[in-house]
Design a protein around this ligand. Structure first.
Ligand code: UD1
Ligand code: CA
Length: 465
């Protein structure tokens, strides 16, 4: 039997943030979500999260995680005190307890498998993860008894100068024999620099302790401040890009691009510099994204191009070309081979195949049939100050430059709208609609004004009263 406990009650003072440390995001997931995710494969019988500082906020953020038990630690008197809170909920539990620090987010599931394996084979009371770090500063140091066992852990701040030279550090990940741990937990004392109860002190009390040194020290980076957060983000981004390069994605300048865990790519995708994918985004075969683009929570079909543009919660069909300088906002659905070009914003609109919105337009709350050509500067006036209304444009229609379509309005199929029109009424299929002031031309206007000495009032245009 295996139980997992994640320590997430601390304030994270060194982050200097309103947000509890374990809720800080890293490549789109919070620290605690990442920690919980890395032990999911072990299928633990019990999953407990120790909360304290801003407990409600931490709990609310994890409300969707099935089977998670929240254990309150109030006040927070150290990691040992945190695990003491499990004595009641785990009373009678027989088996192993995996303890994970909520601020160690890069741990790999495979490493936990190894830890479990070594622990069960050795029969130790505790097996902990360790690492050799070039800069071990801030971490607890692991002291071994010479035979692969661990004699004790001393926190950085409690170490002598000599002890600080030991670069074998405690990762904050432990497998305990719960029954044996439960016996020593009440014996913890707070005679250390912070005056806290340290979980690490149980190691010396338990007697039989071993450690597993991780091969890749990046895995056990613990986050205490913003510097660590940036370091972990860099490691994570590197891992994500490497993974996708192995799957056939080209990055022109990998270090300038960021991905989310929920990014998915087909084959032969090219990611140009300064391009960022966030949330749950899937990118079809042969797409070319960037330079300078952001794609979030969106689905792109094959062979889509996105150039210097922002795409959010949108679905883009095969062969579409977006940008430069376009914004597709939530609810945008583009069919195949559409073009949405320079300085165009589309929101909550469905464009069927082969629509073109090439220049300087706003298309909001609209439905466009196939092969609609939206002229430069066309605006759907979707908001009357109180409510939003829809614009419908039938297949094959064309709007002239600078048209304003005041919604709700429906244009039939193959409609032509004259340039500069402001339309407020529906237009039937096949019609031409022009809604603008007639042009007035007065020949020799400047000459007539000059011969009248420049003082005569010009004659009114024809048709005036
Ligand atoms: C801890 C270890 C240290 C190890 C390092 C690895 C102890 C005493 N020290 O130090 O040996 O090298 O992790 O990253 O355990 N927490 C609670 N309740 C509390 C205090 C902390 O739940 O009362 C939680 C925090 O939210 C955090 C985790 O425990 O997720 C670790 O706490 P932190 O204060 O960051 O410990 P470190 O000083 O990093
Ligand atoms: Ca820490």
């Amino acid at each position: 039997m295996l139980a997992v406990a994640v320590l997430a009650a601390g304030k994270g003072t060194r982050m200097k943030s309103q947000l509890p440390k374990v809720l800080q995001p890293l490549a789109g997931a919070t620290l605690v979500e990442r920690v919980l995710a890395c032990c999911r494969g072990l299928a633990p019988a019990r999953q407990l999260l120790i909360v304290g500082h801003q407990a409600e906020r931490v709990e609310a953020s994890l409300a969707a995680v099935a089977g998670l038990e929240f254990v309150l630690q109030q006040p927070q008197q150290g990691t040992g005190h945190a695990v003491q809170q499990l004595l009641a909920p785990l009373a009678g539990f027989e088996g192993d307890l995996l303890v994970l620090n909520g601020d160690v987010p890069l741990l790999r599931a495979a490493t936990l498998d190894k830890l479990l394996d070594q622990h069960r084979r050795s029969g130790a009371a505790v097996t902990l993860l360790s690492a050799r770090l070039a800069n071990p500063s801030g971490y607890g140091r692991v002291f071994s008894d010479g035979g692969g066992g661990v004699s004790g852990i001393i926190e950085h701040r409690d170490c002598s100068d000599d002890q600080r030279r030991n670069n074998l550090i405690n990762a904050g990940i432990y497998l305990f024999d719960w029954q044996r741990l439960a016996k020593v937990l009440p014996r913890l004392r707070s005679d250390n620099d912070q005056g806290e109860l340290y979980l690490t002190d149980t190691v010396a009390l338990l007697g039989h302790a071993t450690h597993l040194e991780v091969a890749d020290p990046d895995e056990i980076l613990g986050i205490n401040d913003r510097l660590h957060l940036a370091q972990c983000e860099a490691v994570l981004q590197e891992r994500l890009r490497r993974h996708w390069m192995e799957q056939g994605v080209t990055f022109i300048d990998p270090a300038s691009c960021t991905l989310s865990e929920g990014s998915r790519f087909g084959r032969d995708v090219v990611i140009e510099p300064q391009t960022h994918l966030r949330g749950t985004t899937s990118v079809g075969d042969g797409c070319r994204l960037g330079p300078g683009s952001l794609v979030e929570d969106s689905t792109l079909g094959a062979a889509v191009e996105v150039l210097y543009s922002v795409v959010r919660r949108a679905s883009v069909g095969e062969g579409c070309a977006i940008g430069p300088y376009a914004q597709l906002r939530p609810g945008t659905v583009l069919g195949e081979r559409c073009r949405v070009g320079n300085f165009v914003e589309v929101k909550n609109s469905v464009l069927a195949d082969e629509c073109k919105v090439n220049h300087l337009s706003y298309i909001g709350d609209a439905d466009l049939g196939v092969n609609v050509n939206v002229g430069a500067g066309t605006i759907t006036a979707n908001y009357d100050g109180v409510r939003k209304h829809r614009t419908v444009i039938g297949a094959g229609s064309k709007t002239g430059a600078n048209s304003v379509l005041v919604a709700p309005i429906t244009l039939g199929e193959n409609v032509t709208v004259g340039a500069g029109s402001t339309l407020t009424r529906d237009v039937p299929s096949g019609a031409l609609a022009v809604g603008r002031a007639n042009q007035v031309v007065r020949e020799d206007w400047s000459g007539a004004a000059a011969s009248a000495g420049g003082s005569a009032a010009p004659a009114p245009p024809p048709g005036s009263p």
